[in-house]
Design a protein around this ligand. Structure first.
Ligand code: ZN
Length: 230
């Protein structure tokens, strides 16, 4: 095992602990992965509490979701995360993606339960960090349906809500994918509070133009097309 793989194993365990502490996941929910190279993805296994993993419990899969590492006896029974197909779809479509995080952030998920549309320009920093956040149609958790649900969205978006289920965030590192999850849930809490106080107001169009001109979000769908963006 090289130093990069060891560092990623430790980083993924740290992210799992933070997700548990911040209540973005419960029980054995959620999954985290990072790209090791063109054909190897380091991933959390199915069924373990992600807040209490050790680095040796992470497993390596190829781009067809086959386990390809050589586990010790204690970890031989572990299998890839049930959402592995969704993770692989992100890596397959996006060469820039080095990390993927799936969680169940309560406020953001609650907003999908009532049909809230996140694709609005309300909080400037959220617009810059996440871009527009679409919500997929409902898909059965832990099935190939989630891969299909994000298939037409992941090329253009770094954060996606899975209706009635959870979040998906991607980035150029697994740590940044986690930070996008933090931003997503923090924004959702703010929007929820604003809704209780009478409803959030959108930024004026000229302010959105200024915002995008100053620091356009990394993904397409935004720069130069603010009309389509918000
Ligand atoms: Zn889930």
């Amino acid at each position: 095992m090289n130093a990069k793989e060891q560092a990623l194993r430790e980083e993924i365990c740290l992210i799992g602990r933070l997700m548990h502490q911040k209540q973005y996941i419960d029980g054995s929910a959620g999954n985290i992965s990072a790209r090791l190279d063109d054909n190897r993805i380091l991933s959390t296994p199915s069924g373990l509490a992600k807040g209490f993993m050790s680095p040796d419990q992470l497993i390596i899969v190829d781009m067809d979701a086959n386990r390809i590492d050589e586990p010790n006896d204690a970890n031989r029974h572990l299998v890839p995360t049930s959402e592995v197909l969704m993770h692989l779809e992100c890596y397959r479509q996006r060469e820039d993606v080095q990390g993927v995080v799936h969680a169940h952030p309560q406020t953001a998920v609650a907003l999908t339960l009532v049909g809230y549309d996140f694709r609005r320009c309300i909080i400037p920093e959220t617009v810059i960090i996440l871009g527009m956040v679409p919500t997929t149609p409902y898909a059965t958790p832990a099935s190939a349906e989630n891969r299909d649900a994000i298939r037409n969205l992941i090329a253009e978006h770094d954060a996606i809500m899975l209706a009635h289920h959870g979040s998906l965030t991607v980035a150029g590192s697994v740590w940044d994918a986690y930070l996008r999850l933090e931003t997503l849930e923090h924004s959702a809490k703010t929007l929820f509070m604003a809704a209780q106080l009478g409803g959030p107001r959108e930024l004026p169009a000229h302010q959105v133009q200024k915002l995008l001109g100053a620091a356009p979000p990394a993904r397409a769908g935004a720069p130069g097309r603010p009309g389509a963006f918000c």
